[in-house]
Design a protein around this ligand. Structure first.
Ligand code: HAX
Length: 435
């Protein structure tokens, strides 16, 4: 057993009695109440999911295993000469709660390399997609095709003990995660850069650098890729992608079914696709200006026109956050260092000075501040990844790190089949006294 896996088992064994005790001794304790508005309004804020992988504070933003994002970037080991840490190190951190040492890091890196072989039928599935298919549909299908490789599914049907479900789920999860950059890069090259051909990973490179290499990008895009995958990895359990993954896996569907489903949820414009929408929206502004830099008044008008036409301002607002997203701030810092004079970056920065006041004045959005998606497209665009349809695929690769580590823990702690209760409208009316 690898060091990571044995450490994980230790942590699982230490954690199990805590979960059992909570259910057995405190099962009836009340942790929240549900209002009519919450039941109709997308269950916003109801405390009914458990994860130790990450926690989202409305004001502070996300913490991974207790670490803020700046701490994660500072503490995780980095490849020699790199500014951003190993994605594989984040996998270690999310699974165990510990920052890997250099020695531990080496083992995880080599484990990932041993799991990179993608069966040919996956390339066939990708190749068979008709033109103009969205890359999110393609990656979802590619992950789905891999389901036949599931060790969990095989061992479940052989009758393994519930206590061991985590083991094959861990194997499946690491197997899939190691392949995600290869699948993403193949889709990118097929759709947008056929001249790159089918690039196989370089065994000397890590997760982020290999992705950069396979899509034909030079340094510092390897750091961009690492940063991008890490900031998008996890946002606790209630967001659409993480929750979908958890829900599907709660039926003991294996991680391939669950990850494909999480990708489908991420593909919506109110969730992951917002990063693509931001670029389209920014380009709309630039087109309207005919190449001229918009004045503050012109930007204000564009924002108001968007709102008046009944659309949302993409990249702003959040269901939980009430301050500027630290994932936005990290990307902004990167831009200040690497592309301070970029026109698109400057436009995004100037919009920051305009949009929150307008959203406040409009008085609808509970959070007028930017989220991660307001910034992510700008960085990609600068480094030549201008195919904005693809941005959510990058998000999906990053989000897999968080969702898959959650799924391993779901199995380890024996989390139950999800099955909330629904009411009819008439029942709800009767409950509040409407006759
Ligand atoms: N522009 C205009 N109106 C907005 C808004 C925005 N950016 N954000 C919220 N609102 C509106 C909502 O549409 C809602 O209007 P109605 O009452 O007419 O339905 C009202 O303000 C209250 O919404 P809320 O409670 O503040 O926000 P929700 O929790 O319902 O929704 C969303 C959160 C992220 C979906 C929302 O802020 C939004 O649509 N933002 C733009 C899309 C976006 O950036 N999505 C990415 C979010 C981050 C993420 O998941 N990334 O993957």
């Amino acid at each position: 057993m690898s060091h990571l896996k044995s450490k994980l088992l230790e942590k699982i064994e230490a954690q199990r009695p805590r979960t059992t005790r909570l259910i057995k001794e405190f099962g009836d304790s009340i942790i929240d109440q549900v209002t009519v508005e919450q039941a109709i309004g997308g269950m916003r804020g109801i405390k009914s999911l458990i994860t130790d992988i990450s926690y989202l504070d409305p004001n502070e933003g996300i913490r991974y295993r207790g670490y803020t994002l700046p701490e994660v970037f500072e503490k995780l080991p980095k490849p020699a000469g790199a500014e951003m840490p190993y994605v594989e190190g984040l996998w270690y951190l999310l699974l165990t709660g510990d920052i890997p040492t250099q020695e531990e890091m080496k083992e995880v890196l080599s484990d990932f390399k041993n799991r990179q072989t993608v069966p040919n039928y996956v390339w066939d599935v990708i190749d068979s997609f008709p033109s103009k298919s969205h890359p999110m549909a393609i990656i979802s299908a590619a992950v789905m095709a891999l389901q036949r490789e599931s060790q969990f599914s095989t061992s479940y049907h052989q009758g393994i003990s519930k206590m061991d479900y985590w083991d094959t789920t861990y194997e499946d999860s690491t197997n899939l995660l190691a392949k995600m950059p290869l699948i993403g890069a193949y889709i990118y090259n097929k759709l947008y850069k056929p001249e790159n051909g089918h690039r196989y990973p370089d065994p000397t490179l890590d997760f982020g650098a290999n992705f950069a290499y396979m899509i034909g990008k030079e340094k510092p895009y390897d750091d961009v890729a690492r940063m991008y995958f890490i900031v998008h990895a996890d946002h606790e359990s209630g967001n659409v992608s993480a929750h979908t993954g958890h829900l599907v896996a709660s039926a003991l569907s294996d991680i391939y079914y669950a990850t494909s489903a999480m990708i489908n949820g991420l593909a919506g414009p109110l969730h992951g696709l917002a990063n693509q929408e931001v670029l389209i929206w920014l380009q709309g502004l630039q087109e309207q200006m005919g190449g001229k830099v918009p004045s503050t008044e012109e930007m204000k008008k564009y924002v108001w026109d968007t709102l008046k036409s009944g659309q949302v301002i993409p990249g702003y607002g959040h269901a939980v956050l009430r301050k500027t997203d630290p994932r936005y701030a990290i990307q902004r810092e990167f831009c200040l260092k690497h592309l301070p004079d970029d026109k698109l970056f400057q436009l995004v920065s100037r919009l920051y000075e305009v949009v929150p006041d307008i959203l406040r004045e409009q008085g609808k959005a509970k959070n007028p501040w930017p989220n991660v998606d307001a910034h992510s497209g700008v960085v990609q665009w600068y480094y030549g990844v201008t195919e904005y349809d693809f941005y959510t695929v990058l998000f999906a690769i990053g989000r897999s790190v968080g969702v898959l580590s959650n799924l391993v823990w779901d199995r380890a702690l024996g989390y139950a089949l999800e099955r909330p209760k629904s009411l009819t409208t008439a029942m709800l009316e009767a409950k509040v006294g409407i006759k």
